[in-house]
Structures are given as structure tokens and as C-alpha cells.
Design a protein around this ligand. Structure first.
Ligand SMILES: CC(C)(COP(=O)(O)OP(=O)(O)OC[C@H]1O[C@@H](n2cnc3c(N)ncnc32)[C@H](O)[C@@H]1OP(=O)(O)O)[C@@H](O)C(=O)NCCC(=O)NCCS
Length: 221
């Protein structure tokens, strides 16, 4: 891994960190759309709309137009769902990274730097619902720097910090469509603990789930 340095976050990294987080999240929009299209409920709804309109209007154009509009609506809903999550994150922990991650015990935020540029991020803090574990968050690597082992190094940084802080395990949540992230975590020894729907109306309809992973550090000894 040439020219990559992992260091603690500094105030001047703020904008790049937010941009890396936002672009990393938005990358999952196309796969989320494909996921929705694969749902039997979506396919049935589109088919019923198409058949009902073609029978009632005797026109081919109207049902094609209606289905196109429905698909555009579905895409907008997915964009809305992602934007809600991105905005909430930017207003919460990413609004003041130093305060959230650097001024509290058992928390930290790191960046990966290549030739003076921030190209990756990761953070950890005590998990909200399981404070006996640290939670890995905000993993993202710039597209141009993928496949070089940067995420693996960031994962190791979090595991070392967790071990040194005396916690027995790292947990994290990732979405069902983040397949590169799932491969990364499984490669790093994380075990899938459970999969559950996001508790939001639209997410439930489209069967959009989160996966909880755990890395047991005591097992590794
Ligand atoms: C997931 C992500 C962080 C991986 O970053 P990366 O620096 O390219 O990952 P690495 O080079 O360290 O690869 C680590 C391992 O992950 C797996 N992996 C990563 N990307 C993969 C891909 N596209 N296909 C298959 N396996 C992949 C491999 O097992 C790889 O190890 P190997 O090269 O020894 O086989 C990056 O794709 C990303 O930022 N995605 C968008 C944001 C995101 O999804 N974040 C996670 C939110 S929970």
C-alpha cells in the first residue's frame, strides 16, 4: 500500500470527509433501484397498472407512459430516503466531528491520506444500543483509490483501537445493497449477526434491510 498514511482527523478535513461520505452513500442509489425492481410486489403493481390501462384505454402509449412515471416516482422515493439519511448524518455526528469523536472517551475518527489528499475515512464510538461494544462507522474510500487495501487498513485501525480501549468486539451496520462493504467486512473476519428492515414506512414496503456484523476480538487472541 504505497504512500498511504492513516492519521487522526483534523478540522481542515471536514469538507472532504463530508464529500466522501455523501458520494459513498449515493453510490448505492442504482443498486437500491434494482433491488426495488426485483421485488415481486413492485413487479405485480407495474404489471397490473400496465394491463389495466392497456385494456381500458386500448392504447399502448398510455400504459407505457404510466409505468415510466411510476418508475421515476420510485426512483425519487429512493433518492429521498438516501437524502434523509445523508442530511441527518451531516447534521448529527458529521456536523462537528471533533466534538463527536475526538473529545469523548472510547471514540475516534481517522482519515487515510495519499499524497497529502484525504482518500478514506472511518470512525468508531460506543454503540448506541450496545455500549459494551464499539461501533465502526463512516467507512468510505474514494473510488480512484479502491482495491489498494485502504479499507482493510482502516478496519485494522478500528480493531486495534477497540482492543486497546478494552472492548471485546466491534459491531457495525451496513445496508443489503452495499455488497463491496459486505465482502470487505467478511474478509476481515466480521460475522453476520442479523438482518432487519429499516423502521421506516417506505423502506419497509420495499423490503430494504440492514445487516449487523460483529468482530469478536476475544476469539482472535
Ligand atoms: C467498501 C469500500 C470501503 C472498500 O474500500 P477498498 O479500499 O476498495 O477496499 P480494500 O481495497 O481494502 O479491499 C478489502 C477487501 O474487501 C473486498 N472487496 C472490496 N471491494 C470489493 C469489490 N469491488 N469486489 C469484491 N471484493 C471487494 C475484498 O475482499 C478485498 O480484499 P482483497 O483485495 O484482499 O480481496 C469502498 O468500496 C467504498 O467506499 N464503498 C462506498 C461506501 C460504502 O459502501 N461504505 C461502507 C458503508 S458501511
Amino acid at each position: 500500500m504505497a504512500n498511504i498514511q492513516i492519521r487522526k482527523y483534523r478540522h481542515e478535513d471536514s469538507e472532504t470527509v463530508k464529500e466522501l461520505f455523501t458520494s459513498g452513500m449515493n453510490e448505492h442509489l442504482p443498486s437500491s433501484f434494482v433491488h426495488v425492481l426485483k421485488q415481486p410486489l413492485t413487479q405485480m403493481f407495474l404489471m397490473v397498472t400496465f394491463c389495466a390501462l392497456i385494456t381500458s384505454s386500448q392504447s399502448f402509449l398510455l400504459p407505457v407512459l404510466a409505468v415510466t412515471l411510476l418508475l421515476a416516482g420510485v426512483r425519487q422515493m429512493i433518492v429521498y430516503m438516501f437524502n434523509q439519511y445523508i442530511d441527518a448524518s451531516l447534521k448529527n455526528d458529521l456536523n462537528d466531528i471533533s466534538e463527536t469523536y475526538l473529545q469523548k472517551n472510547n471514540s475516534c475518527f481517522w482519515v487515510a491520506e495519499s499524497d497529502g489528499q484525504v482518500v478514506g475515512t472511518v470512525a468508531c464510538l460506543p454503540a448506541e444500543n450496545m455500549p459494551e461494544f464499539l461501533e465502526l462507522k463512516r467507512m468510505s474510500v474514494r473510488r480512484s483509490h479502491r482495491g489498494k487495501g485502504i479499507a482493510k487498513s482502516l478496519c485494522r485501525t478500528v480493531a486495534d483501537f477497540t482492543r486497546e480501549s478494552g472492548f471485546p468486539a466491534v459491531i457495525l451496520y451496513t445496508s443489503m445493497v452495499a455488497t463491496d462493504a459486505q465482502k470487505l467486512y467478511e474478509h476481515m473476519g466480521y460475522k453476520k449477526m442479523r438482518q432487519f428492515p429499516i423502521p421506516e414506512f417506505f423502506a419497509k414496503i420495499i423490503n430494504f434491510t440492514l445487516i449487523e456484523y460483529r468482530l469478536d476480538l476475544e476469539e482472535e487472541k
